[in-house]
Design a protein around this ligand. Sequence first.
Ligand SMILES: Cc1cc2nc3c(=O)[nH]c(=O)nc-3n(C[C@H](O)[C@H](O)[C@H](O)COP(=O)(O)OP(=O)(O)OC[C@H]3O[C@@H](n4cnc5c(N)ncnc54)[C@H](O)[C@@H]3O)c2cc1C
Length: 373
Amino acid sequence: MSVVIVGAGLAGATVAETLRERGFDGDIVLFGSEQHLPYERPPLSKAVLLGEKEPDSATVHDQAWWREHDVDVRTGIEVQSVDLAGRRVMTTAGEQPYEWLVLATGSEPRRLRMAEESGRPVHYLRTVEDSLALREALTEGTKVAIVGAGWIGLEVAAAARLAGAEVRVLETAELPLLAVLGPEVAQHFADLHRSHGVDLRLGADVTAEDLGDADLVVVGIGAAPRTALAEGAGLDVDGGVLVDELLRTSDDHVLAVGDIASEQHPVLGRRVRVEHWDNAIGQGKAAAATILGASEPYDRMPYFFTDQYDLGMEYWGHVGPDGYDRVLTRGDFSGPFRAWWVRGDTVVAAMQANDWDASDEMRASVGHPPPED
Ligand SMILES: Cc1cc2nc3c(=O)[nH]c(=O)nc-3n(C[C@H](O)[C@H](O)[C@H](O)COP(=O)(O)OP(=O)(O)OC[C@H]3O[C@@H](n4cnc5c(N)ncnc54)[C@H](O)[C@@H]3O)c2cc1C
C-alpha cells in the first residue's frame, strides 16, 4: 500500500506521522515545493519575527526522525498534476503512483496590486524566507504601513512596534478582526494597538495615498486556498476542496486536509474551511485514520490562538452565518479575560485572554448554555 501526500506543511506532515505512529508499514512519499522540511507557521509572525527564536525551532521533525520512520520527504519538488484514473501524480521530478493520495497544499497570501505598484518594498508573510526578510526590515524608526488588521497584520504590528518601528495599520472594516470577533471584543484589539502607539486607521477603502511616507508595506489581507491541483484533476471544489467528515474528496482514493479542505462538519452541520494550526493537526490525524480503515470523523470545534504584545488569547467555536445574540464577558482585557458568544441559549464561541487556566473550561463551554450573567 502506498500513500502520496502533496504539501509538506503541518497537515501533510501530520498525516505521515500519524500513519507511522499507528503502525502503517506501506510506502509514504511526502512532496513539498518548499526547500524546507515540514515546519509550523505560527512562530513566523511571533517568536521568529521578534528575533526570539530561529526558524529551526519550528521544524516538525528533523531529517533523522523522518529517515528513522521511513517517510520519504521530497523537498523542493512540486506536484504539477494528478491523474485520478491512472492513480499517479506528475511532479517536477517525474511521476509517482499512489493507492491513496492526500492533498495538503495549504494556502497563499492574497496579493494587493495597489501596494505592489506603490514603488515601495512589499512584504507578505507565509514562509520562513518571508519572516526572515521582514524581521530584517523591521528596525528602529522604520516607517511601516500594514494593510489589513487581521491576525497576521496585527501580529506584525506588534512585532514592528516592539522593534521600535513607526506603525500605521490600514483596514477597511470599522474595527480590526470585526468579522471574527464582533464589535464588542474587536474594540479591545483596537484599544490594545493604539495603546502601543499604532496609528490604526479604520473604516475606509485603502488607497496608495494612505500608505503615506512608509518605507515598506506589509500586506495581510487574507489567504486563498491552493486548490488549482484539485481543480485540474477534476475533484469537487467550491472555495476549498470539498470533503466529508472523514476528509474524503469526490474521488474514492483522494483525501484533502488542512487549509484547503472545506469539510462538512458533523457537529456544526455545515461546511467550514479552517485556516488554523489546530485544524491542520486534527484533520491530518483523522485522514490517517481513514486510510487505515478506521472511521474517526473530524468533529473538533475550530480553535485558534494569537500572541500580541503581552496578550495571549485562545478562541474556540464558530459563530457562522446565523450570528450571535449577545456577548458575555468576565474580567478586564488587560488582565485575565473571558468572553462567550451566545445564540439563543447556547454558547457558539468562547475565548480567553491571559487566563490560561481557563482553557479547558472555555473549550467545553461551546455548545452548552452560557454561564449565569
Ligand atoms: C505567519 C503565519 C502565522 C500563523 N499563526 C497562526 C496562529 O497563531 N494560530 C493558528 O491557529 N494558525 C496560525 N496560522 C495558520 C496555520 O499556520 C495554517 O493553518 C497551517 O499552516 C495550515 O497547514 P497546511 O499544512 O494546511 O498548509 P501550509 O502550511 O500552507 O503547507 C502547505 C505546503 O504545501 C506546499 N505545496 C503547495 N502546493 C504544492 C504542490 N503542488 N506540490 C508540492 N508542495 C506543494 C506549500 O509550499 C506548503 O509548504 C498562521 C499562518 C501564518 C502564515
